[in-house]
Design a protein around this ligand. Structure first.
Ligand code: CP
Ligand code: NVA
Length: 315
C-alpha cells in the first residue's frame, strides 16, 4: 500500500498562486487586523490556527521587519518560533539544503527562509514536507507585497483597477509587484534606468497572464495619475555596484514634485529600510501621503494570513 502525502502549501511566489487564494489571504489579513483592535500585542487570535505548531525562521541576510513580524505573527496565531541565522547552522558549513529541509520537516510545522539565492528556497521546498515561505530572496519578496496591498486597501479600498507606480530599481520587491499585478488586477507602471530593468521573465509572464504592466525610463510618465507611488533602496542586499547605482538612479528620486504628478489622493509606500535623501526625500517619506509605518505593521497581519493559509485554516 502506498501512502499519499499531501503537498504542503508553500508560499514562494505570487505568480504561482491562484488569484482566489491570494484574495482569501488578503481578506483574512484585513479581518485579523480588525478583530484585534485594542488588544495587547501578544494576545492570541480567537481561532489560534497555529496552536501546537512551530515556525522555523532561517536568515541568510539581515532583517528587522521580517524577523520581528514573523515572530510576532506566529505567536499571535497561538504558535511558537525557532529563529536561526544560516551562518550559525550547518547550512553555513555546506550541509546540503535538501538534508536541512528533511531534518527541519521532522522538527517544525513550517519554515520561513530569507535567502541569498532564490533557487535555494525552491530546492528546500522541493523536498520539505511542511510549508515553506519565501521571506525575501534576490528575486522576490512576496510577503512584502501582501502587506503593501493591505495598506493600500485599508486607506483607499480595493486595489483592483487602480494604478501603482514603481520608481527606481527593478529589483526583488519590484518583481513581486509584477507577480501581483495579474493576480490582484491592478495596473503597474514601472520607471527604472534601462540597465536596472526588472527580470524579463517576470515581465513576459505578466504579459502572458494579461497583466497591465508598463515600463518606461521616465519617472514622470510612470507616476502620472497613479493611485500609489512605491520605491525601494537603490542598493539592495548583495548588490556590489554601489557607486554606479547611485549615479544611475539619481533622476529617480521620489520628491514632492514627482508626487504632485500622481493622483491627488495618492499614497506613498516603501518597504524599508529607506535611505532618506537618496530614493526618497524627507518631505515625502515623512509627509501626509506616506503610510510606511502602517505598511511595516501590516507585515504582521499579512503574514498571519499567509501562515493561516499554509496551515490550511483558510482557503
Ligand atoms: N522590508 C523588509 O523586509 O524589511 P527587513 O529587511 O527589515 O526584514
Ligand atoms: N530590495 C531590498 C529589500 C529589503 C527589504 C533588498 O533586497 O535589500
Amino acid at each position: 500500500m502506498t501512502l499519499s502525502v499531501p503537498t504542503p502549501r508553500h508560499f514562494i511566489d505570487l505568480w504561482r498562486m491562484d488569484a482566489a487564494s491570494l484574495r482569501t489571504i488578503l481578506d483574512d489579513a484585513h479581518a485579523r487586523k480588525a478583530a484585534r483592535l485594542g488588544w495587547g500585542k501578544a494576545a492570541v487570535d480567537a481561532d489560534a490556527p497555529a496552536k501546537d505548531r512551530t515556525l522555523a525562521m532561517i536568515f541568510e541576510k539581515n532583517s528587522t521587519r521580517t524577523r520581528f513580524s514573523f515572530d510576532a505573527a506566529i505567536r499571535q496565531l497561538g504558535g511558537a518560533s525557532i529563529i536561526a541565522n544560516a551562518s550559525d547552522m550547518q547550512l553555513g558549513r555546506g550541509e546540503p539544503i535538501e538534508d536541512t529541509a528533511r531534518v527541519l520537516s521532522r522538527m517544525v510545522d513550517a519554515v520561513m527562509i530569507r535567502a541569498n539565492n532564490h533557487d535555494d528556497v525552491e530546492r528546500f521546498a522541493q523536498v520539505a514536507t511542511v510549508p515553506v515561505i519565501n521571506a525575501l530572496t534576490n528575486r522576490s519578496h512576496p510577503c512584502q507585497i501582501l502587506a503593501d496591498l493591505q495598506t493600500f486597501e485599508e486607506h483607499r479600498g480595493p486595489v483592483a483597477g487602480k494604478t501603482i507606480a514603481w520608481v527606481g530599481d527593478g529589483n526583488n520587491v519590484c518583481s513581486s509587484f509584477i507577480h501581483a499585478a495579474s493576480q490582484f488586477g491592478f495596473r503597474l507602471t514601472i520607471a527604472c534606468p534601462p540597465q536596472y530593468h526588472p527580470d524579463l521573465k517576470d515581465l513576459a509572464r505578466a504579459a502572458d497572464l494579461g497583466a497591465k504592466v508598463e515600463m518606461t525610463a521616465d519617472p514622470r510618465a510612470a507616476v502620472e495619475g497613479a493611485d500609489c507611488v512605491v520605491t525601494d533602496t537603490w542598493v539592495s542586499m548583495g548588490d556590489t555596484d554601489h557607486d554606479q547605482r547611485l549615479a544611475a538612479f539619481e533622476p529617480y528620486q521620489v520628491d514632492e514634485a514627482l508626487m504632485a504628478l500622481a493622483a491627488r489622493e495618492a499614497l506613498f509606500l516603501h518597504c524599508l529600510p529607506a535611505h532618506r535623501g537618496e530614493e526618497v526625500t524627507d518631505a515625502v517619506i515623512d509627509g501626509p501621503q506616506s503610510k510606511i509605518f502602517d505598511e511595516a505593521e501590516n507585515r504582521i497581519h499579512a503574514q498571519k494570513a499567509v501562515l493561516a493559509w499554509c496551515f490550511g485554516a483558510i482557503g
